[in-house]
Design a protein around this ligand. Structure first.
Ligand code: ADP
Ligand code: MG
Length: 274
């Protein structure tokens, strides 16, 4: 084995260089601090090694999470700790806790979040995607419109572009239902759902209930082929309630000025609505 020349006074430099060469840069950075503490606290060699390995491993884990979070293209960074359950009682805390165990992911099952705008569908999807990444898996977040735009543009074949959405362990497909789909777009959605079926989980959010899904697709056969695969192994959460966005606006007093007729406002004091 090739080693650096033996010069006892340079042992530290040699260890550092060896760590760098083996791409253990975090251990190299922590070397001084950890060795100094080990000698001060009279730790064993094994404990010293244990601490250095911990530094390297936790550093790598954090970097991994950071990269995967960036690649997931989440619209914002929120967890269920940021979720106010008291504002949205139709969201069952136990059901969310169950989803956060990620058992659905291990079995390739889907999660469908239904409800009107602003009730927390994307928030819950983002929180589950972050949990997925924390557990070492990959996730990707895309709105249905972006998915369609991406497949429609550029010269690459659709089959190749589709891989972006097939690779991640978890795919969040957000905002299904705002616009009816062309035959081509519906076929791409079918392709996506069929190819991830029982292989990789999808979290889908929609403002439409299943009964209204027929109107989104050019024909019922395609709608039922998609729904059939999507729902076969799935959990549906239907959220009923007020928009959190509007609650925040009300609190800021925006709604009042918009809602009140000018004469009623009369320049008097504005009472909070929410
Ligand atoms: P949608 O259901 O339309 O996808 P979002 O999940 O994006 O709505 O929620 C809109 C905004 O309100 C987001 O910033 C989200 O974090 C916040 N929000 C929604 N519901 C709650 C809640 N119960 N507690 C805290 N923040 C919430
Ligand atoms: Mg949303």
């Amino acid at each position: 084995m090739r080693r650096w020349p033996v010069q006892p006074v340079l042992v530290e430099a040699r260890v550092r260089a060896g760590l760098e060469a083996l791409r253990l840069g975090r251990m190299a950075d922590a070397l001084d601090r950890v060795c100094e503490r080990a000698s001060r606290e009279q730790r064993s060699y094994l404990e010293l090694l244990d601490e250095l390995l911990e530094v390297e491993q936790s550093g790598r884990y954090e970097r991994n999470v950071e990269i995967k979070t960036r690649l997931a293209r989440l619209p914002y960074h929120k967890t269920m700790a940021d979720f106010d359950y008291s504002f949205q009682p139709s969201v069952d805390k136990k059901q969310i806790a169950n989803l956060l165990t990620l058992r659905f992911l291990e079995h390739g099952e889907n999660v469908i979040l239904l409800g009107p705008p602003g009730v927390g569908k994307s928030h819950i999807a983002v929180a589950l995607a972050l949990e997925t990444i924390t557990k070492g898996y990959t996730a990707y977040f895309v709105t249905l419109q972006h998915f369609i735009d991406y497949l429609a543009e550029g010269p690459e074949p659709v089959g190749v572009k589709l891989r972006v959405f097939l690779r991640p362990k978890l795919l969040v497909l957000d905002e299904v239902g705002y616009l009816p789909l062309s035959r081509e777009a519906a076929t791409w959605l079918f392709e996506l759902v069929a190819r991830r079926y029982e292989r990789g989980s999808i979290i889908l959010t929609s403002n439409k209930s299943y009964g209204d899904w027929g109107s989104l697709f050019p024909d019922l056969a395609l709608a039922s082929a998609i729904l059939d695969r999507l729902l076969h192994h799935s959990t549906t959460l239907t959220i009923r309630g007020d928009s959190y966005r509007l609650k925040e606006k009300r609190r800021a007093g925006l709604f009042q000025t918009v809602e009140r007729p000018p004469e009623a406002a009369g320049g008097g004091p504005h009472e909070p609505v929410a």
